[in-house]
Design a binder for this molecule. Sequence first.
Ligand code: ZN
Length: 182
Amino acid sequence: MTRAERPNSLQKLGYRIETFPVVKIRATCPQCDQDVELTSVDVTALVCADTGDGSYAFRCPECEIAVSVDADMRIDDLLVDRGVKKRIWTMPAELAEHHTGPKLSYDDLLDLHFVLQRDGWFSELEAMTVSAMVPTTELTGFLATHDGRHDDVTAVAERFKVSPWIAGRALGLAREHLEAAE
Ligand SMILES: [Zn+2]
């Protein structure tokens, strides 16, 4: 009697053993270009709720990088039929945000890196952000024509199209700037 024919202890006790064949999925890793063999547990079928686009993701057994491959919805459905779990994802909300100003450059990123290494990085970063949104010279010009009311957060918020919080911080920076100049 071979090992396969020998009933195991569960079968002797009358339990029926059901074995599921392991489904092999072949894919090409977009990172290292190797053809790899995966099983259904290694793969996740992905559907983007915003665009309806399909893809599948896995960690490449060759280069160990987590990769995703664009796929037709039919491929996704086929994978799900073979026991692959399906995950529906949504685009990050930040994509819907309205952005103005120049794009972040490598130099900006390097500057940020150095700022983060200094003590007081938060107030430095805050001052940079606020003065980019409400340039101090423009603000002092605006205040000069605005009946000299240097605490009108609402007017500053409206003029520069920023939140009252940013307007308040900008007014604080302008005050510090004026005091430093005196
Ligand atoms: Zn790879």
